[in-house]
Design a protein around this ligand. Structure first.
Ligand SMILES: O=c1[nH]c(=O)c2[nH]c(=O)[nH]c2[nH]1
Length: 285
């Protein structure tokens, strides 16, 4: 009968998506992190016999990350990771080593108040349809990630027996803009359309992402006379306020869990009155 032994092992909560908003009078400061924790120590029994006496649950590790963000803020990712790693080793005798890895996603201020754009990842697109009908140019932008730390509400919606969503008068609104626009005349500079999308997202007080979508499309039509219609596909990147009350902490719109899926997907076309889509032009969102 062969015998086997347990080799090196570690465990922890990976990819804890934490968004921290420091609300200052001079504009909100956003920190967007992906935190992973790995712990090592006297953990053989949990693997060999199922005895969990030495196991600090990964769920607890996740809670600690959110609670520390509220209690201590996030001055820098090195300091935040060090505080967490030291905590796990100092407070749990069974844990001898901790590795905390943090990725920080950089954001750029769109205005001096509440709107930011995530840097990198944005793609500009162009699709040309050419045939007996002439040439149709569809230009666009994809992966343009925008976020407002406030000026967004969602309430007054339908409720049925399956509804659990709480109405909110103040939430984070974030999306990754996928937009295409069709011009009547062919080539056009995409920058004014892109700028109009960002500007409308920033300055529209939102009651729903649907309303923001229409405002964004309308702003493009307003600013770009040669654009006939705009198609928008806006994933609602949900940010859920973390309930810190079990840890004796309040959460005045400061610590959020950034969920990646599932997400709402709000899509629509905004066009000039009377604009017709040539049947030859097949839209792709
Ligand atoms: O802006 C929103 N539109 C919705 O249709 C919706 N549905 C939901 O659960 N949250 C939101 N937010």
């Amino acid at each position: 009968m062969p015998t086997f032994e347990l080799g090196p092992n570690q465990y922890g909560k990976a990819e804890i998506r934490l968004v921290h908003v420091e609300r200052t009078g001079a504009g909100d400061r956003l920190t967007d992190l992906n935190v992973s924790v790995a712990l090592r120590g006297d953990l053989a029994a949990s693997h060999l016999t199922g005895d969990n006496a030495a196991v600090l649950p990964t769920d607890t590790q996740k809670n600690t990350v959110y609670a520390f963000a509220r209690q201590f803020g996030i001055a820098g990712i090195e300091a935040f990771a060090t505080r967490l790693a030291e905590h796990f080793v100092a407070t749990q005798p069974s844990i001898h080593e901790a590795r905390v890895t943090i990725e920080r996603y950089p954001w750029i201020d769109v205005d001096s108040r509440h709107c930011l754009r995530r840097s990198g990842g944005e793609v500009h697109t162009a699709t040309v349809h050419h045939g007996h009908y002439g040439t149709q140019v569809v230009a666009g932008v994809a992966g343009l990630v925008l976020l407002k730390t406030t000026d967004s509400e969602f309430h007054g919606y339908l409720k049925d027996r399956y509804t659990t969503l709480a109405e909110t008068r103040d939430r984070i609104l974030a999306t990754s803009v996928n937009a295409t626009w069709r011009t009547a005349t062919g080539f056009t500079d995409p920058e004014p359309a892109r700028a109009a999308l960002v500007e409308a997202f920033a300055d529209t007080y939102s009651h729903a992402l649907q309303q923001t979508l229409f405002a964004m499309g309308s702003r493009v039509l307003d600013r770009c006379p040669d654009v006939v219609e705009v198609k928008l596909s806006l994933p609602n990147r949900h940010h859920f306020l973390v309930d810190l009350t079990p840890f004796g902490l309040d959460n005045p719109n400061e610590v959020y869990y950034a969920a990646d899926r599932p997400y709402g997907l709000i899509e629509g076309v905004v066009r000039r009155d009377g604009a017709t889509i040539p049947p030859e032009v097949t839209w792709t969102f």
